[in-house]
Design a protein around this ligand. Structure first.
Ligand code: AMP
Length: 216
């Protein structure tokens, strides 16, 4: 099964993709994570995309499409969860081609429907453990003991440099202008399923599970 999780930054795509990876053995293909890895490794691609990501703008279609193609080749036969990709019509068209070339097809495009203003609070408060990657939030999910990771006990945490209010607003604008227009593209093919992204993580998970379990 191949699915896309679609929604603005902070809608919960990454959280739900990680859960599906853990519970269903599907593979999370997050272009944001791939680009952050490229940055951290100091690769030529990483250097190229740094300023664009920090500004909250979109990286070129060619770069992200190439990254996704490589990952698809290394997970032949896996159930893929596209997280943060496609983000433009050109990427959606490229994905069709990448899948068709590999004898695969899209099963669902799951839209996480959210209230944009609430997202700014969600995003600017989030942080992760620098050691094990566990996710937290200043208000909604603080560590049980202040400054100590619940999972691994580390005292080092990190925040994404693009999770500040100004950049988040640009990311939202990019979503509205370039990514939301993908919806009609998939609606015309009857692939879009909507879930309430403002519900709790477990409720959203249950809604997604119901969609996947109803698939033939
Ligand atoms: P994300 O982790 O999905 O929020 O992505 C973080 C940043 O990486 C975005 O704000 C973009 O700068 C870049 N990015 C991630 N995925 C894509 C994509 N599919 N197309 C263009 N830029 C992307």
């Amino acid at each position: 099964m191949n699915i896309i999780l679609l929604g603005p930054p902070g809608a919960g795509k990454g959280t739900q993709a990680a859960r599906l990876q853990a519970t269903r053995g599907m593979i999370q293909l997050s272009t944001g994570d791939m680009l952050r890895e490229a940055r951290a490794s100091g690769s030529p691609i990483g250097e190229k995309v740094k300023a664009i990501m920090d500004a909250g703008e979109l990286v070129s279609d060619a770069i992200v499409t190439a990254l996704i193609g490589e990952r698809l080749d290394s997970c032949a036969g896996c159930g893929a969860i596209f997280d943060g990709f496609p983000r433009t019509i050109a990427q959606a068209e490229a994905l069709d081609l990448l899948l068709a070339e590999r004898g695969r097809h899209l099963d669902h495009v799951i839209e996480l429907v959210v209230d944009e203003e609430a997202l700014v609070t969600r995003i600017t408060g989030r942080f992760t453990c620098a050691k094990c990657g566990a996710g937290y939030h200043d208000s909604f999910r603080p560590t049980k003991v202040a400054g100590v990771c619940d999972v691994c006990g580390s005292t080092e945490f990190k925040r994404r440099p693009d999770d500040n209010e100004q950049t988040v607003r640009t990311r939202m604008e990019e979503y509205r202008a370039k990514t939301a227009p993908i919806l009609p593209f998939y609606q015309a093919r009857g692939l879009v399923r909507r879930v309430d992204g403002m519900a709790s993580v477990d409720e959203v998970a249950a809604q997604i599970d119901a969609i996947l379990d109803a698939s033939p």
